[in-house]
Design a protein around this ligand. Structure first.
Ligand code: SF4
Length: 100
């Protein structure tokens, strides 16, 4: 892997939702419907790149670069403080309740 490729991988981000804290208000879905969706249980889940709802506990999906601002805003506005955005490379949270 080239240095450039390593840098790109290092910047790659993924997002997951802690459904135990989700209030179901749907703010995240308003910001980034490509990434988040409310299920019939009234809670928000992340979706895969091919639009599949990911319901396993702690399931992550990649954050597409064009949607980064929308996803970060979702994490900031989330009333449940339960949207976690982290680096793929080292799983360090960069936006969300556990970010430094
Ligand atoms: S913004 Fe947060 S609390 Fe609201 S639906 Fe999305 S994940 Fe749940």
């Amino acid at each position: 892997m080239s240095v450039q490729e390593e840098a790109a991988v290092g910047e790659a981000l993924e997002v997951w939702i802690d459904q135990d804290l989700c209030t179901g208000d749907g703010i995240c879905v308003q910001y980034a419907p490509e990434v988040f969706e409310l299920d019939i249980d009234g809670l928000a889940y992340v979706k895969s790149a091919d639009d599949e709802l990911l319901q396993d506990k702690g399931a992550t999906t990649p954050v597409p670069l064009p949607l980064l601002t929308d996803v970060v805003d979702s994490a900031k506005e989330c009333p449940g403080d339960c949207i976690h955005v982290r680096r793929v490379a080292d799983r360090v949270e960069v936006y969300g309740p556990d970010a430094q």
